[in-house]
Design a protein around this ligand. Structure first.
Ligand code: SF4
Length: 207
């Protein structure tokens, strides 16, 4: 049935939907973020929860203190190598389906501390990131935009078939290896099943 036909039914007070659609609609509008922050980006995240930006408008105001009750991890701040194992462990403790936003330059790539010996060059080396929000720090509106991108992703998910999301596929892992300290660095330095190095940029010869 086309969108126009459904609209004409809706105008007559008849709402047509599918189980897939209503299931995703409910999930997308009741996201519970995990209540944790790592550095200055967390202040912007806190602002999003306050009255001026009011994340409650998107049904996501219930920041949970327990990973067992949260389905969105907002990595808001610098992930040090000391903190990385804890972040992965908390991610593992969250139940599926779960989503991850990398908020700010630090969580995406290490940001201004990229060259630091103690800073992880992107949380996506260990856990799968669904939405990246650039900025140092990103404004609260950018986080709300990132949340809407997560909602779009949830609404587009299929419950069956080869395009089913990770939490419905038995062949994909639901536990991620927690890195440990080695002699010089974290071991393993990355999780190959979630992180791929960016392709090298080749500079074109100048004419
Ligand atoms: S991206 Fe900038 S504002 Fe955010 S945690 Fe890093 S240094 Fe702080």
């Amino acid at each position: 049935m086309s969108h126009e036909e459904r609209e004409s039914f809706r105008q007559q007070g008849i709402l047509l939907t599918s189980f897939n659609e209503i299931y995703n609609w409910g999930r997308a509008n009741s996201i519970w973020p995990l209540q944790f922050g790592l550095a200055c980006c967390a202040i912007e995240m806190i602002a999003v929860a306050a009255a001026r930006f009011d994340i409650a408008r998107f049904g996501a105001e219930i920041f949970r203190a327990s990973p067992r009750q949260a389905d969105l991890m907002i990595v808001s701040g610098t992930v040090t190598k000391k903190m990385a194992p804890q972040v992965v462990r908390i991610w593992n403790q969250m139940g599926e389906p779960k989503y991850c936003i990398a908020m700010g330059a630090c969580s995406i790539s290490g940001g201004p501390f990229k060259q630091g010996y103690n800073v992880l060059k992107g949380v996506d080396r260990y856990i799968p990131v669904d939405v990246y929000i650039p900025g140092c720090p990103p404004r609260p509106e950018a986080l709300l935009n990132g949340l809407m991108e997560v909602q779009k992703k949830i609404k587009a998910e299929r419950l069956t078939g080869p395009d089913a999301p990770r939490h419905l596929r038995k062949d994909l892992p639901c536990e991620w290896p927690v890195p440990a300290y080695g002699e010089h660095d974290l071991v393993p330095p990355k999780n190959d099943s979630v992180w791929r190095p960016a392709p090298s940029l080749v500079r074109a010869d100048k004419p």
